[in-house]
Design a binder for this molecule. Structure first.
Ligand SMILES: Cc1ncc(COP(=O)(O)O)c(C=O)c1O
Length: 443
Protein backbone atom coordinates (compact mmCIF):
# COMPACT_ATOMS: atom_id res chain seq x y z
CA UNK A 1 0.00 0.00 0.00
CA UNK A 2 1.47 3.33 -0.97
CA UNK A 3 0.86 6.48 1.06
CA UNK A 4 0.53 8.50 -2.12
CA UNK A 5 -2.61 10.16 -0.84
CA UNK A 6 -0.96 11.42 2.31
CA UNK A 7 -0.50 15.12 2.84
CA UNK A 8 3.29 14.79 3.11
CA UNK A 9 5.82 16.22 0.69
CA UNK A 10 8.76 14.50 -1.01
CA UNK A 11 11.35 15.46 1.61
CA UNK A 12 9.23 14.03 4.41
CA UNK A 13 8.32 10.88 2.50
CA UNK A 14 11.98 10.14 1.72
CA UNK A 15 12.61 9.87 5.48
CA UNK A 16 9.30 8.47 6.72
CA UNK A 17 7.29 6.64 4.09
CA UNK A 18 6.71 2.93 4.53
CA UNK A 19 8.06 2.69 8.07
CA UNK A 20 6.33 2.73 11.43
CA UNK A 21 8.77 2.24 14.37
CA UNK A 22 5.95 0.76 16.44
CA UNK A 23 5.94 -2.26 14.14
CA UNK A 24 9.71 -2.77 14.63
CA UNK A 25 10.42 -2.66 18.41
CA UNK A 26 10.38 1.16 18.21
CA UNK A 27 13.70 1.21 16.35
CA UNK A 28 14.15 4.66 14.85
CA UNK A 29 16.42 3.45 12.04
CA UNK A 30 15.01 0.71 9.79
CA UNK A 31 16.32 -2.64 11.15
CA UNK A 32 18.09 -5.07 8.86
CA UNK A 33 16.19 -8.35 8.90
CA UNK A 34 18.96 -10.76 7.96
CA UNK A 35 16.85 -13.87 7.82
CA UNK A 36 16.24 -16.33 5.00
CA UNK A 37 12.97 -17.64 6.36
CA UNK A 38 10.19 -16.88 8.84
CA UNK A 39 8.38 -18.86 11.52
CA UNK A 40 5.01 -19.70 10.08
CA UNK A 41 3.27 -20.43 13.37
CA UNK A 42 0.45 -22.72 12.40
CA UNK A 43 -0.49 -24.78 9.37
CA UNK A 44 -3.70 -22.76 9.17
CA UNK A 45 -1.69 -19.53 8.97
CA UNK A 46 0.40 -20.99 6.13
CA UNK A 47 -2.80 -21.67 4.20
CA UNK A 48 -3.95 -18.08 4.74
CA UNK A 49 -0.55 -16.65 3.65
CA UNK A 50 -0.38 -18.93 0.60
CA UNK A 51 -3.89 -17.91 -0.46
CA UNK A 52 -2.94 -14.20 0.00
CA UNK A 53 -5.74 -13.86 2.56
CA UNK A 54 -3.19 -12.55 5.05
CA UNK A 55 -0.01 -10.60 4.30
CA UNK A 56 3.25 -11.77 5.83
CA UNK A 57 6.64 -13.19 5.05
CA UNK A 58 7.55 -16.78 4.29
CA UNK A 59 10.93 -16.61 2.56
CA UNK A 60 13.27 -13.66 1.82
CA UNK A 61 13.65 -14.39 -1.89
CA UNK A 62 10.06 -13.19 -2.17
CA UNK A 63 9.60 -10.66 0.64
CA UNK A 64 11.45 -9.27 3.65
CA UNK A 65 10.52 -6.51 6.16
CA UNK A 66 13.59 -4.32 5.44
CA UNK A 67 13.03 -4.62 1.70
CA UNK A 68 9.33 -3.86 2.13
CA UNK A 69 10.17 -0.47 3.66
CA UNK A 70 12.26 0.33 0.59
CA UNK A 71 9.46 -0.83 -1.73
CA UNK A 72 6.80 1.21 0.06
CA UNK A 73 9.04 4.25 0.25
CA UNK A 74 9.74 4.25 -3.48
CA UNK A 75 6.05 3.67 -4.25
CA UNK A 76 5.24 6.73 -2.14
CA UNK A 77 7.94 8.89 -3.78
CA UNK A 78 6.83 7.83 -7.27
CA UNK A 79 3.06 8.19 -6.58
CA UNK A 80 2.67 4.51 -7.43
CA UNK A 81 0.44 1.71 -6.28
CA UNK A 82 3.28 -0.69 -5.44
CA UNK A 83 6.97 -1.42 -6.01
CA UNK A 84 9.11 -4.55 -6.01
CA UNK A 85 12.81 -4.42 -5.15
CA UNK A 86 15.14 -6.80 -7.00
CA UNK A 87 18.84 -7.61 -7.08
CA UNK A 88 19.93 -5.09 -9.75
CA UNK A 89 18.68 -2.56 -12.28
CA UNK A 90 19.24 -5.08 -15.05
CA UNK A 91 17.07 -7.61 -13.18
CA UNK A 92 14.32 -4.97 -12.87
CA UNK A 93 14.44 -4.35 -16.63
CA UNK A 94 14.64 -8.05 -17.58
CA UNK A 95 11.76 -9.08 -15.32
CA UNK A 96 9.62 -6.21 -16.61
CA UNK A 97 10.23 -6.94 -20.28
CA UNK A 98 9.76 -10.70 -19.88
CA UNK A 99 6.53 -10.19 -17.92
CA UNK A 100 5.13 -7.87 -20.60
CA UNK A 101 6.08 -10.11 -23.50
CA UNK A 102 5.06 -13.46 -22.04
CA UNK A 103 3.71 -15.69 -24.81
CA UNK A 104 5.99 -13.76 -27.21
CA UNK A 105 5.70 -10.24 -28.42
CA UNK A 106 7.57 -7.13 -29.43
CA UNK A 107 8.87 -4.23 -27.35
CA UNK A 108 9.23 -0.88 -29.06
CA UNK A 109 12.22 1.15 -27.94
CA UNK A 110 14.97 3.50 -29.17
CA UNK A 111 18.71 3.35 -29.78
CA UNK A 112 19.27 5.81 -26.91
CA UNK A 113 19.68 3.37 -24.04
CA UNK A 114 22.21 2.22 -21.46
CA UNK A 115 24.67 -0.04 -23.36
CA UNK A 116 24.11 -3.11 -21.16
CA UNK A 117 20.45 -3.37 -22.15
CA UNK A 118 21.27 -2.87 -25.83
CA UNK A 119 23.22 -6.14 -25.83
CA UNK A 120 20.40 -7.80 -23.92
CA UNK A 121 17.86 -6.65 -26.49
CA UNK A 122 19.99 -7.49 -29.50
CA UNK A 123 21.07 -10.99 -28.54
CA UNK A 124 19.75 -12.54 -25.37
CA UNK A 125 16.07 -11.69 -24.97
CA UNK A 126 15.19 -12.50 -28.62
CA UNK A 127 16.34 -16.07 -27.88
CA UNK A 128 13.54 -16.16 -25.28
CA UNK A 129 10.95 -15.00 -27.79
CA UNK A 130 11.00 -11.28 -26.99
CA UNK A 131 11.67 -9.20 -30.12
CA UNK A 132 12.64 -5.53 -30.23
CA UNK A 133 11.89 -2.73 -32.67
CA UNK A 134 13.96 0.42 -32.36
CA UNK A 135 13.28 3.92 -33.58
CA UNK A 136 16.24 6.02 -34.57
CA UNK A 137 15.00 9.32 -33.26
CA UNK A 138 13.80 8.84 -29.70
CA UNK A 139 12.31 12.33 -29.68
CA UNK A 140 10.00 11.65 -32.65
CA UNK A 141 6.60 10.40 -31.53
CA UNK A 142 5.71 9.89 -35.23
CA UNK A 143 8.62 7.46 -35.55
CA UNK A 144 7.29 5.46 -32.59
CA UNK A 145 3.77 5.47 -33.99
CA UNK A 146 4.95 4.15 -37.37
CA UNK A 147 6.82 1.29 -35.70
CA UNK A 148 3.93 -0.02 -33.56
CA UNK A 149 2.57 -3.39 -34.75
CA UNK A 150 -0.29 -5.56 -33.47
CA UNK A 151 2.31 -7.61 -31.54
CA UNK A 152 3.83 -4.63 -29.74
CA UNK A 153 3.41 -5.17 -26.00
CA UNK A 154 5.02 -2.03 -24.59
CA UNK A 155 7.04 1.09 -25.31
CA UNK A 156 10.29 1.19 -23.34
CA UNK A 157 12.40 4.35 -22.92
CA UNK A 158 14.83 6.09 -20.57
CA UNK A 159 13.42 9.37 -19.20
CA UNK A 160 16.85 11.00 -19.36
CA UNK A 161 19.16 8.88 -21.47
CA UNK A 162 22.53 7.37 -20.67
CA UNK A 163 25.06 8.76 -21.68
CA UNK A 164 23.87 11.87 -23.58
CA UNK A 165 21.31 13.23 -21.08
CA UNK A 166 18.67 13.66 -23.78
CA UNK A 167 15.13 14.03 -22.41
CA UNK A 168 12.17 11.90 -23.57
CA UNK A 169 8.68 13.27 -24.15
CA UNK A 170 6.95 10.96 -21.66
CA UNK A 171 3.47 12.51 -21.98
CA UNK A 172 3.40 12.17 -25.76
CA UNK A 173 4.63 8.56 -25.62
CA UNK A 174 2.16 7.67 -22.85
CA UNK A 175 -0.69 9.06 -24.94
CA UNK A 176 0.51 7.05 -27.95
CA UNK A 177 0.95 3.85 -25.93
CA UNK A 178 -2.48 4.13 -24.34
CA UNK A 179 -4.12 4.75 -27.72
CA UNK A 180 -2.69 1.36 -28.73
CA UNK A 181 -3.64 -0.35 -25.43
CA UNK A 182 -0.05 -0.93 -24.37
CA UNK A 183 1.87 0.38 -21.34
CA UNK A 184 4.70 2.89 -21.32
CA UNK A 185 7.73 1.66 -19.35
CA UNK A 186 10.23 4.32 -18.26
CA UNK A 187 13.73 3.74 -16.88
CA UNK A 188 14.03 6.74 -14.54
CA UNK A 189 17.48 5.87 -13.19
CA UNK A 190 19.28 9.06 -14.23
CA UNK A 191 17.01 11.82 -12.90
CA UNK A 192 15.89 9.76 -9.86
CA UNK A 193 12.44 10.35 -8.31
CA UNK A 194 13.74 13.66 -6.94
CA UNK A 195 14.09 15.33 -10.34
CA UNK A 196 11.35 13.58 -12.33
CA UNK A 197 8.20 11.62 -11.61
CA UNK A 198 7.28 9.64 -14.78
CA UNK A 199 3.96 8.36 -13.36
CA UNK A 200 2.72 11.94 -12.94
CA UNK A 201 3.33 12.30 -16.69
CA UNK A 202 1.47 9.11 -17.68
CA UNK A 203 4.06 6.30 -17.43
CA UNK A 204 2.59 2.94 -16.37
CA UNK A 205 5.69 1.16 -15.11
CA UNK A 206 8.93 2.71 -13.90
CA UNK A 207 12.19 0.82 -13.47
CA UNK A 208 15.32 1.91 -11.64
CA UNK A 209 18.84 0.88 -11.13
CA UNK A 210 18.90 1.70 -7.40
CA UNK A 211 22.67 1.27 -7.66
CA UNK A 212 22.87 4.81 -9.06
CA UNK A 213 21.47 8.13 -7.84
CA UNK A 214 18.79 6.61 -5.61
CA UNK A 215 21.34 5.12 -3.22
CA UNK A 216 24.05 7.53 -4.33
CA UNK A 217 27.02 6.12 -2.46
CA UNK A 218 28.33 3.52 -4.88
CA UNK A 219 28.03 0.74 -2.32
CA UNK A 220 25.02 -1.41 -3.26
CA UNK A 221 23.68 -3.04 -6.40
CA UNK A 222 19.89 -2.99 -6.53
CA UNK A 223 16.87 -2.48 -8.77
CA UNK A 224 13.22 -1.49 -8.51
CA UNK A 225 10.09 -2.17 -10.52
CA UNK A 226 7.37 0.39 -9.83
CA UNK A 227 3.73 -0.21 -10.75
CA UNK A 228 1.52 2.86 -11.24
CA UNK A 229 -1.56 0.68 -10.77
CA UNK A 230 -3.25 2.55 -13.60
CA UNK A 231 -2.83 0.33 -16.65
CA UNK A 232 -5.82 -1.74 -17.77
CA UNK A 233 -4.42 -5.27 -18.16
CA UNK A 234 -7.88 -6.53 -18.97
CA UNK A 235 -7.89 -5.24 -22.55
CA UNK A 236 -7.37 -8.58 -24.29
CA UNK A 237 -3.66 -8.11 -25.02
CA UNK A 238 -2.25 -9.43 -21.76
CA UNK A 239 -3.66 -12.87 -20.88
CA UNK A 240 -0.82 -13.34 -18.37
CA UNK A 241 -2.78 -11.06 -16.01
CA UNK A 242 -6.25 -12.41 -16.64
CA UNK A 243 -5.71 -16.15 -17.13
CA UNK A 244 -5.87 -18.46 -14.14
CA UNK A 245 -2.42 -19.17 -12.72
CA UNK A 246 -1.74 -22.02 -10.33
CA UNK A 247 1.12 -20.03 -8.70
CA UNK A 248 -1.54 -17.94 -6.98
CA UNK A 249 -4.10 -20.65 -6.36
CA UNK A 250 -6.88 -20.22 -3.87
CA UNK A 251 -7.93 -22.34 -0.89
CA UNK A 252 -9.48 -25.04 -3.04
CA UNK A 253 -6.45 -25.34 -5.32
CA UNK A 254 -8.31 -23.29 -7.88
CA UNK A 255 -6.13 -21.18 -10.20
CA UNK A 256 -6.70 -17.44 -9.98
CA UNK A 257 -5.63 -14.51 -12.12
CA UNK A 258 -3.15 -11.81 -11.11
CA UNK A 259 -5.88 -9.21 -11.55
CA UNK A 260 -8.19 -11.16 -9.26
CA UNK A 261 -5.61 -11.56 -6.49
CA UNK A 262 -3.66 -8.29 -6.72
CA UNK A 263 -6.15 -5.89 -8.32
CA UNK A 264 -4.51 -2.55 -9.11
CA UNK A 265 -1.04 -3.87 -8.27
CA UNK A 266 -1.34 -6.87 -10.62
CA UNK A 267 1.94 -6.04 -12.37
CA UNK A 268 3.91 -5.77 -9.11
CA UNK A 269 2.21 -8.94 -7.88
CA UNK A 270 3.29 -10.80 -10.98
CA UNK A 271 6.91 -9.59 -10.74
CA UNK A 272 7.07 -10.77 -7.14
CA UNK A 273 5.17 -14.01 -7.45
CA UNK A 274 6.27 -15.29 -10.85
CA UNK A 275 9.64 -13.61 -11.33
CA UNK A 276 11.25 -13.16 -7.90
CA UNK A 277 9.97 -16.57 -6.87
CA UNK A 278 11.13 -18.44 -9.97
CA UNK A 279 13.97 -16.40 -11.47
CA UNK A 280 15.48 -15.23 -8.17
CA UNK A 281 17.67 -12.10 -8.33
CA UNK A 282 16.46 -11.03 -4.89
CA UNK A 283 17.89 -7.94 -3.22
CA UNK A 284 19.74 -8.52 0.05
CA UNK A 285 18.22 -6.88 3.16
CA UNK A 286 21.57 -5.23 3.85
CA UNK A 287 21.57 -3.59 0.41
CA UNK A 288 17.97 -2.48 0.97
CA UNK A 289 19.17 -0.81 4.18
CA UNK A 290 22.03 0.96 2.36
CA UNK A 291 19.66 2.14 -0.37
CA UNK A 292 17.20 3.43 2.25
CA UNK A 293 20.04 5.37 3.91
CA UNK A 294 20.90 6.90 0.54
CA UNK A 295 17.28 7.92 -0.09
CA UNK A 296 17.22 9.86 3.19
CA UNK A 297 19.60 12.42 1.65
CA UNK A 298 18.62 12.14 -2.03
CA UNK A 299 17.33 15.72 -2.37
CA UNK A 300 20.35 17.35 -0.74
CA UNK A 301 22.79 15.15 -2.66
CA UNK A 302 21.17 15.46 -6.09
CA UNK A 303 20.67 19.20 -5.67
CA UNK A 304 24.40 19.69 -5.09
CA UNK A 305 25.27 17.29 -7.92
CA UNK A 306 23.11 19.28 -10.34
CA UNK A 307 24.70 22.56 -9.18
CA UNK A 308 28.18 21.12 -9.63
CA UNK A 309 27.20 19.47 -12.94
CA UNK A 310 26.04 22.81 -14.40
CA UNK A 311 29.23 24.55 -13.36
CA UNK A 312 31.42 21.76 -14.75
CA UNK A 313 29.46 21.78 -18.05
CA UNK A 314 30.16 25.51 -18.42
CA UNK A 315 33.80 24.96 -17.57
CA UNK A 316 34.14 22.16 -20.12
CA UNK A 317 32.49 24.26 -22.80
CA UNK A 318 35.07 26.97 -22.23
CA UNK A 319 38.01 24.61 -22.83
CA UNK A 320 39.60 24.54 -26.31
CA UNK A 321 40.21 20.76 -26.09
CA UNK A 322 36.47 20.08 -25.75
CA UNK A 323 34.44 19.79 -28.95
CA UNK A 324 30.92 19.53 -27.51
CA UNK A 325 29.04 19.17 -24.21
CA UNK A 326 25.67 17.41 -24.09
CA UNK A 327 24.03 19.13 -21.12
CA UNK A 328 21.27 21.75 -20.79
CA UNK A 329 22.70 25.23 -21.22
CA UNK A 330 25.39 24.10 -23.68
CA UNK A 331 25.21 25.17 -27.33
CA UNK A 332 25.33 21.52 -28.52
CA UNK A 333 22.31 20.39 -26.48
CA UNK A 334 19.07 19.93 -28.45
CA UNK A 335 16.59 19.05 -25.69
CA UNK A 336 16.22 22.33 -23.78
CA UNK A 337 12.43 22.53 -24.14
CA UNK A 338 11.84 18.97 -22.93
CA UNK A 339 14.43 19.41 -20.16
CA UNK A 340 12.60 22.52 -18.88
CA UNK A 341 9.24 20.77 -19.04
CA UNK A 342 10.15 17.47 -17.38
CA UNK A 343 13.13 18.38 -15.20
CA UNK A 344 12.74 22.02 -14.14
CA UNK A 345 15.28 21.46 -11.34
CA UNK A 346 17.88 19.85 -13.59
CA UNK A 347 18.23 16.63 -15.62
CA UNK A 348 20.75 15.13 -13.23
CA UNK A 349 24.45 14.63 -12.80
CA UNK A 350 25.30 12.42 -15.78
CA UNK A 351 26.14 13.68 -19.26
CA UNK A 352 28.81 13.44 -21.92
CA UNK A 353 31.33 15.66 -23.63
CA UNK A 354 33.53 15.13 -26.65
CA UNK A 355 37.29 15.58 -26.76
CA UNK A 356 39.03 16.89 -29.85
CA UNK A 357 42.09 14.91 -30.90
CA UNK A 358 42.42 11.15 -31.07
CA UNK A 359 41.66 8.13 -28.92
CA UNK A 360 45.19 8.53 -27.52
CA UNK A 361 44.11 11.87 -26.02
CA UNK A 362 41.05 10.19 -24.52
CA UNK A 363 43.18 7.43 -22.95
CA UNK A 364 45.64 10.01 -21.56
CA UNK A 365 42.73 12.04 -20.16
CA UNK A 366 41.02 9.19 -18.28
CA UNK A 367 44.42 8.00 -17.04
CA UNK A 368 45.27 11.47 -15.72
CA UNK A 369 42.22 12.29 -13.55
CA UNK A 370 42.80 12.09 -9.81
CA UNK A 371 39.79 13.55 -7.97
CA UNK A 372 37.50 12.05 -10.59
CA UNK A 373 37.69 8.30 -10.68
CA UNK A 374 37.69 6.22 -13.84
CA UNK A 375 34.83 3.80 -13.27
CA UNK A 376 31.45 2.68 -14.58
CA UNK A 377 28.95 3.71 -11.96
CA UNK A 378 26.92 6.93 -12.09
CA UNK A 379 24.95 9.06 -9.64
CA UNK A 380 27.61 8.32 -7.02
CA UNK A 381 28.63 10.94 -4.44
CA UNK A 382 32.06 10.59 -6.11
CA UNK A 383 32.69 12.21 -9.49
CA UNK A 384 33.76 9.87 -12.25
CA UNK A 385 34.51 9.62 -15.96
CA UNK A 386 34.43 6.84 -18.55
CA UNK A 387 35.27 6.61 -22.27
CA UNK A 388 31.82 5.65 -23.57
CA UNK A 389 32.48 3.72 -26.77
CA UNK A 390 34.93 1.36 -25.00
CA UNK A 391 33.12 0.92 -21.69
CA UNK A 392 29.47 1.67 -20.79
CA UNK A 393 28.45 1.41 -24.46
CA UNK A 394 31.24 -0.91 -25.62
CA UNK A 395 28.62 -3.44 -26.81
CA UNK A 396 27.37 -1.04 -29.48
CA UNK A 397 28.66 -1.25 -33.05
CA UNK A 398 29.85 1.93 -34.78
CA UNK A 399 26.54 1.99 -36.63
CA UNK A 400 24.53 1.68 -33.39
CA UNK A 401 26.55 4.44 -31.74
CA UNK A 402 25.68 6.68 -34.70
CA UNK A 403 22.01 5.78 -34.47
CA UNK A 404 22.08 6.49 -30.75
CA UNK A 405 23.59 9.89 -31.59
CA UNK A 406 26.68 9.15 -29.47
CA UNK A 407 29.85 10.56 -31.08
CA UNK A 408 32.88 8.25 -30.96
CA UNK A 409 34.82 10.79 -28.88
CA UNK A 410 32.24 10.84 -26.05
CA UNK A 411 33.44 10.86 -22.46
CA UNK A 412 30.72 10.18 -19.91
CA UNK A 413 30.94 12.24 -16.76
CA UNK A 414 28.99 11.80 -13.52
CA UNK A 415 29.33 14.66 -11.09
CA UNK A 416 29.50 14.08 -7.35
CA UNK A 417 29.30 16.29 -4.30
CA UNK A 418 32.97 17.22 -3.92
CA UNK A 419 34.12 20.87 -3.92
CA UNK A 420 33.56 22.05 -7.47
CA UNK A 421 36.88 23.95 -7.46
CA UNK A 422 38.76 20.69 -6.99
CA UNK A 423 36.71 19.06 -9.74
CA UNK A 424 37.55 21.86 -12.18
CA UNK A 425 41.22 21.79 -11.29
CA UNK A 426 41.32 18.05 -11.77
CA UNK A 427 39.71 18.23 -15.22
CA UNK A 428 41.99 21.11 -16.24
CA UNK A 429 45.04 19.15 -15.11
CA UNK A 430 43.93 16.02 -16.98
CA UNK A 431 43.18 18.01 -20.16
CA UNK A 432 46.61 19.67 -19.99
CA UNK A 433 48.29 16.30 -19.59
CA UNK A 434 46.22 14.68 -22.35
CA UNK A 435 46.86 17.44 -24.89
CA UNK A 436 50.02 19.29 -23.83
CA UNK A 437 51.92 16.65 -21.87
CA UNK A 438 51.99 18.74 -18.66
CA UNK A 439 49.66 20.11 -16.03
CA UNK A 440 49.05 23.83 -15.40
CA UNK A 441 46.89 24.93 -12.46
CA UNK A 442 43.77 26.94 -13.39
CA UNK A 443 42.85 30.07 -11.47
C1 LIG B 1 19.92 3.82 -17.18
C2 LIG B 1 20.38 2.53 -16.57
N1 LIG B 1 19.48 1.55 -16.31
C3 LIG B 1 19.85 0.37 -15.77
C4 LIG B 1 21.18 0.10 -15.47
C5 LIG B 1 21.56 -1.24 -14.89
O1 LIG B 1 21.62 -1.16 -13.51
P1 LIG B 1 22.44 -2.18 -12.58
O2 LIG B 1 23.88 -1.92 -12.83
O3 LIG B 1 21.99 -1.83 -11.20
O4 LIG B 1 22.04 -3.56 -12.97
C6 LIG B 1 22.13 1.09 -15.70
C7 LIG B 1 23.56 0.82 -15.38
O5 LIG B 1 24.42 1.60 -15.67
C8 LIG B 1 21.72 2.33 -16.27
O6 LIG B 1 22.60 3.31 -16.51
Amino acid sequence: MSIYNSEYHFDTLKIKAGYDPKEHNNAVSVPIYETASYEIGTAERYDRLAAAEESGNLYSRVSNPTIKVLEDRIAALDHAEAAVAVGSGVAAITFTLLALAEYGGRILTTYQLYGGVVHHMNYLLPRFGVQFDKVENGSSVEAFEKAITKDTKAIYVESVTNPMATVTDIEALAELAHRHNIPLVVDNTLPTPYLLNPIDHGADIVVYSATKGISGHGNAIGGLVVDSGKFNWNNGKFPQFTDENIAIKGRNDNGRSYLEVFGKSAFAGKIRTDYLTNFGAALSPFNAYLILLGIETISERVEKQVKNAREIAKFLESRPEVEWVSYPGSSYYKYEVLAKKYCPNGVGQLYSFGLKGTEENIYKFVNAVKVFSYQLNLGDARSLVANVSRTSHGELTEEELKRADIPANAIRISIGIEDVRDLKNDLARALDIAFHGAAQEVA
